[in-house]
Design a protein around this ligand. Sequence first.
Ligand SMILES: *Cc1c(COP(=O)(O)O)cnc(C)c1O
Length: 360
Amino acid sequence: MSRLYNFSAGPAMLPEPVLQQAQGELLDWNNTGMSVMEMSHRGKEFTSIAQQAEANLRALMAIPDNYKVLFLQGGATAQFTAIPMNLLRGKTTADYVNTGQWSIKAIEEASRYCDVNIVASSEQSHFTTVPDFDNWTLNPDAAYVHYTANETIGGVEFDYIPDTGDVPLVVDLSSTILSRPIDVSRFALIYAGAQKNIGPAGLTLVIVRDDLLGDALAITPICYDYKIQADNDSMYNTPPTYGWYLAGLVFQWLQNLGGLTAMADINQRKAQKLYDAIDHSDFYQNPVEKRYRSWMNIPFTLNDESLDAAFLAGADTAKLVALKGHRTVGGMRASIYNAMPEQGVDALIHYMQEFAQQHK
Ligand SMILES: *Cc1c(COP(=O)(O)O)cnc(C)c1O
């Protein structure tokens, strides 16, 4: 067996101990004679797996008791729809911040259900920064304020949580959840697709304050209705059982590592050394304002883009894969989520330095 260092933006690497445990339990979970994939979601075995996973997540993120945790399907993209449907609650307008391509997708979808007010945008800088909070034009009558804490494509990450007062704050944490501690009580709703930092694709987490449940738009599909899902412990219909189980193993892995503070130290170190390698070379560049550089997604370009193909081919040979940048951005992107070992980042830096030497 030979595992690669996979820098994909998602689906992304999973921790090897998690995959090994899943492999060991694949045919027979805990002497039940069944794979988790084959279990009834309503049986006592899966119920225990589901409850344990939620308890572990609550402990990891210190989720207050007045928040529900939903284990849903449809990816973050389904939440672009579900959020206006559930949170408008009689209002007709919502505030959105535009910091890049995922913000834009969320805005486009919300615009189908309400008036979207763009409170701030970093478009002028080609999405290489985060708008200064002092200049946001918040609407006190908005149903909620939505922002994308980490723009996976641009590699731009907020280093602050906006204070929106009484207006509920909604955040897309898809590509940064669990990368560091975060104060859940500052948010009305947090959502994240699993395939970056939680588990396999197909599972979507929603953490929602319980006073916001109910009064979804009448047209809301029943499986997108947060209250219905909350009242049924995310089992109104069949949940993504295997993804839920694997997420539980990832939560345990994080706990064994020392929790999110320990994870944050590792992530910061990994990111810092890669940015240092980029900044200290005259061969590579990252365009993002330093303060807002993502710990998770690090885009970079070669000064001579005619070398891109050779860079990628050599990287593949060195078992460093999926470094090609997003099709709309070009260049390279190294996604270094929680499960990317520090040795993987070291190997990438070593390869980048060697490549630069050879092509001076
Ligand atoms: C990947 C991603 C999405 C989309 O996730 P899907 O699961 O494909 O719907 C949305 N927002 C952000 C920030 C992402 O990184």
